[in-house]
Design a protein around this ligand. Structure first.
Ligand SMILES: NC(=O)c1ccc[n+]([C@@H]2O[C@H](COP(=O)([O-])OP(=O)(O)OC[C@H]3O[C@@H](n4cnc5c(N)ncnc54)[C@H](OP(=O)(O)O)[C@@H]3O)[C@@H](O)[C@H]2O)c1
Length: 250
C-alpha cells in the first residue's frame, strides 16, 4: 500500500483520457512524478506539460510487445525507480455477439488481455527490485456474463483471474498487486453506451476512490460501493437465479 505520494513515481498506462487522465491530475496534486503512457502522443504531452516540470510522456501501444520492452528499457536506462504501475489501458465496444466483427474482437482482446500480459511480464523484474505496486483495472463487467458486453466482459473476467494469480505468485516477492473493479464512470468509453448506467460517477471521483484504495491493504478496490455491492450479490447467486434476473437486461 502507498499512502504518501510525495516524490513517488507512478507509471499510468492509459493516461490520455478518462480515469487515467483524472488520476494523473490527482497524483500530481499529491506531489507524485508521473510517467504517462497511451497511444495518443499529443494528448499525453499536453497533459504532462499541464501538470508541471517533472512528468514524462512515453507513447506506448501495450498490444505491441516490442514497444513495451523498449519503453521499460528507456525507464531503466534513465535510472527511474517506478513505485506504482497502474494499467488502465482498455478497449471497449458495446454490442451483441452477432454485431461483432473480427477487427473489433482482435482490438479488444489484444489490448485488454495480451497488452496487460505484456506490461506485467516486462515490468515485474523492476517492481520486485524495490517492492513496488502493480495495479490492474478490471471491471464489475467481469464478475458475470451480461447481455451486450462481449468481448469486453470476457477480457475483464480474464483480468480479474489474472490479478488473483499474480497476487498469489508475487506475495513472496513483496510486489503489491491490486485489482480495480469499478461500476460506471463518465468517460469516452461509457459515452458509447445507449442504455441506462445507474450510479455513474465522474472520472475525478473515480480517481479519488482509487487513490484511497491504493493506500489500503485490500487486494480489490471497488466503487461506487452501493453499485458494486449489488454486483457482488449478483456474482454470488446460483445460475438459475442469476439468469432469471439478468435475463431482464436482454
Ligand atoms: N468508464 C467506466 O465506466 C469503466 C468501468 C469499469 C472499468 N473501466 C476501465 O477503466 C479503464 C480506463 O477507461 P476509461 O473509462 O477512462 O476510458 P478511456 O477514456 O477510453 O481510457 C482508456 C485509456 O486506454 C488507452 N488505451 C487504449 N488502448 C490502448 C493501447 N493498446 N495501448 C495503450 N493505451 C491504450 C487510451 O488511450 P489511447 O487511445 O490514446 O491509446 C485511454 O487513455 C479501462 O481499462 C476500462 O475498461 C472503465
Amino acid at each position: 500500500m502507498i499512502k504518501d505520494w510525495q516524490d513517488k513515481t507512478v507509471w499510468l498506462i492509459g493516461a490520455s483520457s478518462g480515469i487515467g487522465r483524472a488520476l494523473a491530475q490527482a497524483f500530481a496534486k499529491r506531489g507524485a512524478r508521473l510517467l504517462l503512457s497511451a497511444r495518443r502522443e499529443t494528448a499525453l504531452s499536453d497533459l504532462a506539460a499541464s501538470l508541471g516540470e517533472h512528468h514524462l510522456a512515453l507513447r506506448l501501444d501495450i498490444a505491441d510487445e516490442e514497444a513495451v520492452i523498449e519503453v521499460v528499457k528507456r525507464i531503466t536506462q534513465q535510472n527511474i525507480r517506478v513505485d506504482s504501475i497502474i494499467c488502465l489501458a482498455g478497449a471497449y465496444e458495446p454490442g451483441r455477439i452477432d454485431e461483432l466483427n473480427s477487427e473489433t474482437q482482435a482490438a479488444i482482446i489484444n489490448t485488454n488481455i495480451n497488452g496487460t500480459f505484456n506490461v506485467i511480464r516486462h515490468t515485474l523484474a523492476h517492481l520486485r527490485q524495490h517492492h513496488g505496486q502493480l495495479v490492474i483495472y478490471g471491471s464489475v463487467a467481469g464478475y458475470r456474463g451480461l447481455p451486450k458486453g462481449q468481448p469486453y466482459s470476457a477480457t475483464k473476467a480474464a483480468l480479474i483471474n489474472l490479478a488473483e494469480s499474480l497476487y498469489l505468485e508475487e506475495k513472496p516477492n513483496q510486489v503489491d498487486v491490486k485489482l480495480i473493479n469499478s461500476g460506471f464512470v463518465d468517460t469516452q468509453l461509457t459515452r458509447k453506451n445507449q442504455f441506462d448506467m445507474p450510479m455513474m460517477i465522474s472520472a475525478e471521483e473515480a480517481a479519488e476512490a482509487i487513490i484511497k484504495g491504493l493506500g489500503k491493504s485490500a487486494f480489490e478496490i471497488h466503487f461506487p460501493k452501493r453499485f458494486t455491492f449489488m454486483m457482488k450479490c449478483l456474482q454470488r447467486l446460483p445460475n438459475w437465479l442469476f439468469f432469471a434476473i439478468a435475463g431482464r437486461m436482454n
